[in-house]
Design a binder for this molecule. Structure first.
Ligand SMILES: C[S@@+](CC[C@H](N)C(=O)[O-])C[C@H]1O[C@@H](n2cnc3c(N)ncnc32)[C@H](O)[C@@H]1O
Length: 462
């Protein structure tokens, strides 16, 4: 489309009808074929929209007034959602609508990118009637209002901190702990970190909670080692919040958006809190990666286990294994599990977790999956099942080639990004595998994130 025939202009107010949602939850309206992306619009709705940006092939709008609402529209229960909190994107869509949005998104992407037209994408496994208060971790930036320290959220697309007293996707214990810690820091006059001047003390407060054990860890991220009244602050935290088992200080003096600095010190209690997924116990330290929705993590891992179809005789490889969560889940039903992960500390956690659970049939290696697994192949390891759970960018192509050469009976692909899942499934299909089905799992209700598990088997004759 040339500039001359773009059918809308900036600041114009027009009536549109939404026909779709983008992967990040904005409504899509077509004006003479020209797509306009409008946050908060839902398919089937009509609205007055102000055009706020025009590019060559698409534009952006702001919803001014709904003239016809969708039956799927609900009133967002969170008071800060409408004020632009960057945490959730779909609170205005019914939960049923969210689950179908995620399923359809996966189906569309599998067809468009993977050319996988006949692969069944099952209904998304959701959280039932309670898709709220699921997060076991709250991680909040600290700011200031009228000389008082406040905790809040970053406004969507900015670094402005907006005050928030409660987050309805965070579990009660972690949510209440953040407020209690904020009050204690205020009592001792601890100054909030100011990004612009790189001054002030407290940058972030983090609360991590083991839902099955009721154990809580508080992490104070400070701009420097100094924390005035540290002992009194810790005493107050321990006395006010009964679930606390660990208080940790992390020092981050860098001018960066990254939350954690390199120095972490336990200032009270234990280095770990514990939690169970199913029957397996995990030790969680301040820096460990651990899934944030425990209820749905169990659903996800159960699905991976189901697709692995283990009988107890199998050798399994778990690529991108993190702290060994899926590996240990699989190890309950397999003869032997080999896990590989690039972060050395995560592998230390994985080994500790195997020991904690008395599991001696799981072995872990540090390194890139695409380097370590070919080496295992050279050593004669022949897996019956390979599980992969890569980061958003998907699997390295060299790893996919190794999987094709190793030809396990089944591949279970756990994915947090449908686009790279579709790309990788196409490569595996071309290499002799068949995608049996894809199961979306809603790990992050109210947000646009989609997690999937896919099962692949070797095609007949391969
Ligand atoms: C989506 S997480 C999965 C973690 C784990 N399976 C779980 O459920 O907790 C992806 C993991 O892959 C690791 N990773 C990234 N690139 C890697 C690579 N090339 N080889 C091995 N691990 C890698 C990351 O450090 C991260 O722990």
């Amino acid at each position: 489309m040339t500039k001359a025939n773009v059918p809308v202009s900036k600041n114009e107010i027009i009536e549109v009808e939404f026909t779709d949602l983008t992967h990040d939850g904005a409504g899509v309206a077509k004006v003479d074929g020209f797509p306009l992306f409008v946050p908060n619009g839902l398919p089937g709705e009509k609205a007055q929209v102000k055009v706020v940006g025009v590019k060559k092939g698409y534009g952006f709008g702001r919803l001014m007034e709904l003239t016809e609402a969708s039956g799927q529209r609900v009133d967002p229960p969170c008071p800060v959602y409408k004020r632009g909190c960057g945490g959730c994107q779909l609170q205005h869509l019914s939960y049923e609508g969210q689950l179908e949005f995620k399923r359809k998104q996966v189906e569309d992407v599998l067809q468009r990118i993977g050319k996988l037209d006949n692969v069944p994408v099952l209904p998304t496994l959701g959280m039932g009637d309670e898709p709220w208060r699921y997060r076991n971790k709250a991680q909040v930036p600290v700011g200031e209002r009228e000389g008082q320290l406040i905790t809040g959220f970053f406004r969507r697309g900015s670094h402005e901190i907006v005050e928030m007293d409660t987050c309805i996707i965070t579990g009660d214990t972690a949510d209440e702990a953040i407020q209690a810690v904020k009050d204690i820091l205020n009592k001792y006059g601890i100054s909030p970190y100011e990004e612009k001047r790189h001054k002030g003390i407290i940058r972030h407060v983090i609360a991590r909670f083991g839902k099955t054990t009721n154990e809580l860890m508080i992490v104070l991220v400070t701009n420097g080692k100094d924390l005035p009244n540290r002992k009194k602050i810790v005493d107050d935290i321990v006395q006010t919040i009964p679930q606390v088992k660990s208080v940790v200080q992390n020092v981050n003096t860098r001018r960066t958006n990254v939350i954690f600095g390199d120095e972490t010190k336990v200032i009270w209690g234990s280095e770990y809190i514990y939690d169970y997924i199913g029957d397996i116990k995990f030790a969680i330290s301040a820096r460990s990666f651990y899934q944030i929705n425990p209820q749905q993590t169990k659903v996800l891992y159960d699905q991976a286990l189901k697709y692995a179809e283990l009988t107890g005789d199998e050798t399994v490889i778990d690529a991108y294994c993190g702290i060994g969560t899926i590996s240990l889940f699989l190890a309950q039903k397999a003869k032997k599990v080999y896990g590989v992960e690039i972060v050395p500390e995560a592998i230390e956690d994985a080994r500790r977790n195997a020991e904690l659970n008395g599991m001696d049939n799981a072995e872990f290696a540090v390194g890139e999956s695409e380097v370590v697994i070919p080496r295992w192949k050279e050593q004669g390891i022949t897996p019956d099942v390979i599980v992969v759970d890569p980061p958003r960018k998907g699997c390295d192509e060299a790893l996919l080639q190794t999987i094709i050469e190793m030809k396990p009976k089944r591949v279970v692909y756990v994915s947090c990004n449908p686009s790279t899942l579709a790309r990788d499934l196409r490569i595996l299909e071309d290499g002799g595998f068949k995608t049996v089905e894809v199961q979306p799992v809603d790990m992050f209700p109210q947000t646009t994130h989609v997690e999937c598990v896919a099962q692949l088997i070797v095609k007949e004759g391969n």
